[in-house]
Ligand binder design. Sequence first.
Ligand code: MTE
Length: 463
Amino acid sequence: MATLTMNTVSAFPPSPPSTSRNSQANSDDATSDIPIHSNKHLLKSYPLPPENGVKTVQPEDLKTPDAHVERDPRLIRLTGIHPLNCEAPLTALYNQGFLTNEDLHFVRNHGHVPDCLDEDILDWTFTIEGMVERPFTLTVRDLIGKYEQATYPVTLVCAGNRRKEQNMVRKSKGFSWGPAGLSTALWTGVPISDLLSQAKPIRGARYVCFEGADKLPNGYYGTSIKLNWCMSPDRGVMVAHKMNGCTLHKDHGKPVRIIIPGQIGGRSVKWLKRIIVTKEPSDNWYHIYDNRVLPTMITPEASANLPDVWKDEKYAIYDLNVNSATCYPQHDEMLSLDTHAKTYKVRGYAYGGGGRRITRVEVTLDKGRTWRLANIDYPEDAYRNAPDGDTLYGGRMDVWWRETCFCWCFWELDIQISELENSADICIRAMDEGLMTQPRDMYWSVLGMMNNPWFRVAIHKED
Ligand code: MTE
């Protein structure tokens, strides 16, 4: 029986793309896999997350400081047992639809998970301090009880998403994420601008630093972003205490964390203890030696002796870059050529950064000589167009009027199986509204971050 085997592969072999033909319209009968649940309390229907399953403490965690954390065994651990860094199998993530429940949400922990018991949640405190007229300390009780709440979906993406492809070309200093280092959840909390407005930043303040409760070998985990991003509705920075309507899972920051849409996940500090308004970017070790894209010629060995390069803020990364991945065909998927089906639905996800919307996803079967347009579905739009007054999980969805996109979108394209049979690979690239697109070639860097070349699936024909 003749079959096609499809493999997700790393770097694309160089071959000059031609500009002869550009796009070709495709079927517009896009069917969505996203379940739409209706909720009587809402004016409109919104996609809701799949329910959480029952989780238990995993045997391998018992002898670690995380022995108090219940987890789903389907998560793929990427750095051994401890600390937990994991992603879901890509198709399991995709099949959950637009929203991911806490069971399959990726986790990036630099160290142990701080233990906050249910009975202590409301008494957890964090501060707003630094260059402000009125510094104050807030409990989670105050955060929930004294401020207007907002709920909206945000796709968090680890800057290491797709790093495995870089490591296959040349080992970076980071561990190998596949393309499932991202997840989308409904976050409920308070816009950080409301807290900062109350604290009143003073003249000269430009940055906001965040610090978590996890004490690591180089101090508490911390980082910073710009003050004006925190104040902008288009950026949607939130202090969150609920994920998909529930108290935050321990791995995701219980009881309170920062959520920064459109930026790398590393800025969304979990187990929040301090918000510090400053003149300069954070001097936290993890702000300087993590989440950067250094120039490509800097090797892991050389980088150890270049403190000035690490400290150069221009290499710090904030907004996500445009990216996409193919979820079907899955890695090693076999397609029998003896079936009656004439077409195969190639499909996957895409996202932009900084709130920019994906405007096209293109597919090539001939290494970039010709491209065809995939159909795009943006489930997030249901939330962005929320009618006045609609609330979900106690948070207003219309709290901000914004043009920006905070989430991933889905694309799909029917391809004739006969065409796949005669192609060596399927390559995908997305483009955002700023016309930023994925490059053909990889930009390797020492931390292996922001990897976003065309996503390539190789096809092997066997008779
Ligand atoms: N916050 C603290 N306090 N400690 C951490 O290790 N990891 C960061 C960020 N916030 C981290 C943190 C990184 S690198 C990422 S990608 C996101 O959390 C991941 O969030 P998640 O684990 O909830 O998916």
